[in-house]
Design a protein around this ligand. Structure first.
Ligand code: ATP
Ligand code: MG
Length: 255
């Protein structure tokens, strides 16, 4: 079956680095006249971060959560030549080829759990999703949530699926519980049980095949133990499929 792949755009101008962000994401303009937040393949965190962004972002979207649209951005390192900032120039030079872009939500505010209100139902869906993908980067200190046009949007899924850093131990790692005590939405009494009942049945082998098909092949090549990108795609799907049914029973936290 021919699945959809991410739209590909070509970067035409590097605009500026984002103020925050450990991996130094930048803003770029592209040949479709769009403005994108660019996550670089040449960043220290490596391309697995980008794979995680695609898998989690595209899965979350299919589960009805709000995630900025993802694209692949073809980057000519020549764009970096005029950059005065040495670090930015190095990053652009090291990131020729396919990078990850996401729609820039202009005017979005960083989510502040004390300033904005989220329903227990919606908080439950976000926390359940984060438990599913083992997201360790949605704490109240660093929520990686944006408030845009009166709604919550999910960004930054780079620190998820810790098992993809050690495939031989993936099954054991994915069997572990998920701790919600630090979660940015913990104070909204997330209804995790209701979220599990609604969302877990949607996480099927077929859905995960569709999601993992969106990972560009070039980010999957050369992983030890995997002969083809599709073998690795199946390895990404497996722990998520296994966790979906029962992860709500292994959620630990204050509440
Ligand atoms: N699509 C977007 N639209 C608008 N702002 C965004 C978008 N994506 C990210 N940002 C802003 O840029 C910041 C950094 O992005 P992100 O968290 O994805 O980068 P990072 O390098 O992985 O961050 P860190 O490792 O510091 O958490 C976000 O906290 C947010 O304020
Ligand atoms: Mg972040």
């Amino acid at each position: 079956m021919a699945w959809e792949v991410l739209k590909e755009v070509v970067a035409t101008r590097y605009v500026t680095p984002l103020r925050e962000g450990g991996s130094l994401p930048g803003l770029v303009e592209a040949d479709d006249l769009g403005t994108y937040v660019l996550k670089f393949t040449g960043a220290g965190q490596g391309r697995k971060t980008l794979v995680a962004e695609v898998v989690c972002g595209e899965l979350a979207r299919r589960l009805g959560l709000r995630v900025p649209r993802l694209v692949t951005v073809d980057l000519d390192p020549v764009l970096g030549l005029g950059e005065p900032d040495q670090q930015v120039q190095e990053l652009l030079k090291a990131s020729g080829g396919i990078n990850l872009g996401m729609d820039f939500l202009s005017g979005a505010l960083g989510f502040d759990p004390l300033a904005f209100e989220v329903s227990a139902e919606e908080a439950g869906r976000v926390v359940w999703f984060d438990a599913l993908v083992n997201n360790v980067d949605r704490s109240w200190r660093n929520p990686n949530l944006l408030w845009w046009r009166g709604e919550v949007w999910l960004v930054d899924h780079g620190a998820t699926m810790i098992w993809h850093h050690n495939w031989p131990g993936a099954e054991t790692s994915a069997a572990r519980p998920y701790d919600t005590s630090d979660h940015a939405l913990a104070r909204f009494t997330p209804d995790i049980r209701a979220a599990a009942a609604a969302l877990a049945p949607l996480v099927t082998e077929e859905l995960l095949a569709e999601v993992t098909a969106e990972i560009p092949d070039v980010w999957l090549l050369g992983e030890p133990g995997f002969a083809t990108p599709d073998d690795l795609r199946r390895a990404y799907a497996e722990p998520l499929l296994a966790r979906a049914a029962t992860i709500h029973e292994r959620v630990k936290g204050d509440r």
